[in-house]
Every structure is written in C-alpha cells, then in structure tokens.
Write a protein that binds this ligand. Structure first.
Ligand code: F6P
Length: 341
C-alpha cells in the first residue's frame, strides 16, 4: 500500500512524533510506502506532495510543528476540490490517507470518506476539545507552557502590586485555562462554558489585594461576560467559519483597572502555547496514535479515527469523532472555584 500523510489545522507539538511512528511502523512492519502531502488539504487539492520515508523522519520526534506544513484550507470551500484530491491521489498512486488534525480536518476526512476516499484520522489539538478521545496530544505541552508562564507572572505581579490577566488559547473550550490555572494557582479562571460576572471578578481581585498578594487571572480566549455586562468586539471568520478569538484579556484588564483602581496588565500567550518541543506525555500519546493509525490502515479500518480511552488506544468512527465538542463540565469548573479570590 502507498499512503499519503497530511497535517491540517493549527499545528501542535507532537505532530512529528505521529508522522515518525506511522512511517517507522508502516515501512518496518508492513512494508508500505509513504508520501507527505504538504499543508493539509491544500496540498491534496494542489498536488503538492513530497517524499516521506524513514530518512525523512529521522530526528523529528522532539521537534515541534510539522515537517509537512499545515493550513486551514477547507476543500468544501474550493471549487472542484474533491475531484482534484482524487486526481492527486491517483497521480501519486496513493491508496489511502492518514489525516492528522482537529475537528475541521477530521470533519473533511469524514466527508471525503463518503466520496470514496480511504482515510484514517488521528486527533490533534492543543484545545483538547474532541469528545471522542480523553486527550489529544499538544494539550499537555500547551498547559505546561501556560503553567510556567503563570508561575513567572506571580513573581513579577507581586513585585509591582499589579493584577495580571493571562489570556490562553482553547477556542470555545476552557480546558487549557482550567488546567493551567489550577496547576499555576491562579486566583480566578474564566472559561467560555461559564459566562463571567465582571463585578464578581473584581471582588476576587480586591480580596486578593487585601491579603497582600497580587491576583493572577487565567482567561480563556473564548471566555465571555454575562450578557449585557461588557462589550466585546467581533472577530473575523476563517474558512471553517470559526471566529478568530483574542483580546478578552486586554478588555478585562482595562475593566478591572477602571473598577478597582488597581494597576492591571494583560499577557497574551498566543502561539507560544503551540510552539516548541512536546512534553513526554505528548510524545508518547502521539507515538501511540501513530502506531495504531497505521494498524488501522493495515486492517482497512477507513473512516475511523484512533482515540484514547483511559490508557487504551481504540478506534471510533470519524462521524462519532466530529459529532460534538468536548467542553468543560461545570462540576469540573466548580472544583477550581474553591481557590478563587
Ligand atoms: O485550535 C487551536 C488554536 O490554537 C486555538 O486555540 C486558537 O483559537 C486557534 O487555533 C488559533 O488559530 P490560528 O493559529 O489560525 O490563529
């Protein structure tokens, strides 16, 4: 079999570990050949294909990003894209695809399965918001980067008696904020699943200053105020119709400063959370996903995605994998609230 591998959507640490595991087991155990498809679905549409063998995957395990490149190209927004993908696959004699991506890339993989393309999916995203898998790789690295930033911000905030608002990624799920905030001892954590009351947030800030400590607030980029309490600007949409988030930290810092009279600064971690070397947890998870993805292709389990359930890697249908987002249950948020203020 000749298999095309692609990575789509926002990159995350661990993508290269998947590619390496797929190729090492695919060549070494099954005797398959591989090609790399550049920049996700863009390369599949445009026929942008590169060699991918054992020499190409040597040394990439600890490297962040993806050697194949990525994009947020949505073939269902490009005229004739499905026919062009079929043409690319037949021109390069590709029998099947391994698509490594999040909700959007895997949603396309599910639709292409319906068009007769043989695809196995591998879940990735720092947001950890895919319901079919307990964890996605990239999340642990992002949380550790955010936690370390919170640790560092505690000391500078104390020195200057400031409130610091740390804005983290996660789109419409608060997992990164919740885990980084808990691990870093944040005084307030705000997540999209639970619209916040700005008066309550200011009370927590005041209480923290009264105990002679400086508050650190971890805010998910998708956090929203309770209706009618604060105004937020609308962002642009990407090819999958997602709004480009960001900016809540600065808005909140200004509001807190205005209401409490305490100096407040916003820090946006942004793509730092997606860059650099993966943690051991993410390397192991990504490697196991890669090994099981090539097994799935060998078994002919197309239209399926590998997923983590407990400590086992299982297969789920791409339809199930993309059916719903995994958001933070309010009971999990309530655990963190004990430490607010
Ligand atoms: O889905 C991963 C993610 O990093 C989100 O947390 C964030 O909202 C988005 O991607 C940012 O996307 P981009 O890199 O395209 O700006």
């Amino acid at each position: 079999m000749r298999i095309g591998v692609l990575t789509g959507g926002g990159d995350c640490p661990g993508l290269n570990a998947v590619i390496r595991a797929v190729v090492r087991k695919g060549v070494g155990v099954y005797g398959y050949e591989f090609v790399g498809i550049r920049d996700g679905w863009r390369g599949a549409i445009e026929g942008d294909v590169r060699p991918l063998g054992v020499p190409e995957v040597r040394g990439i395990l600890p490297r962040g990003g993806t050697i194949l490149g990525s994009s947020r190209t949505n073939p269902y927004k490009v005229d004739g894209a499905v026919d062009r993908i079929h043409a690319t696959l037949s021109e390069h004699a590709v029998d099947a695809l391994i698509a490594i991506g999040g909700e959007d890339t895997l949603g396309v993989a599910r639709q292409l399965t319906g068009e007769g393309i043989r695809v196995v999916g591998v879940p990735k995203t720092i947001d950890n918001d895919l319901a079919a898998t307990d964890y996605t790789f990239g999340f642990d690295t992002a949380v550790n980067i955010a936690m370390e930033s919170v640790d560092r911000l505690h000391t500078t905030a104390e020195s200057h008696h400031r409130a610091v608002i740390v804005e983290v990624m996660g789109r419409h799920a608060g997992w990164i904020a919740l885990h980084a905030g808990l691990a870093g001892g944040a005084n307030v954590i705000l997540i999209p699943e639970r619209p916040f009351d700005v008066d309550e947030v200011c009370d927590y800030v005041q209480t923290r200053f009264e105990t002679h400590y400086s508050p650190i607030l971890v805010v998910a980029e998708g956090a929203v105020p309770k209706e009618g309490t604060m105004t937020l600007a609308a962002g642009e949409l990407d090819a999958f119709g997602h709004v480009r988030l960001g900016g809540i930290g600065q808005v909140l810092a200004e509001e807190i400063e205005k209401r409490t009279g305490k100096e407040s600064r916003a820090v946006v971690l942004g793509h730092i959370q997606r860059g650099g070397t993966p943690t051991a947890f993410d390397r192991v998870l990504a490697t196991r996903f890669g090994l099981h993805a090539i097994d799935a292709a060998h078994e002919g389990a197309f239209g399926r995605m590998v997923a983590l359930r407990g400590t086992e890697i299982v297969q789920v249908s791409l339809a199930e994998a993309t059916a719903e987002l995994k958001t933070v249950p309010l009971a999990r948020y309530a655990e963190a609230e004990v430490f607010f203020g």
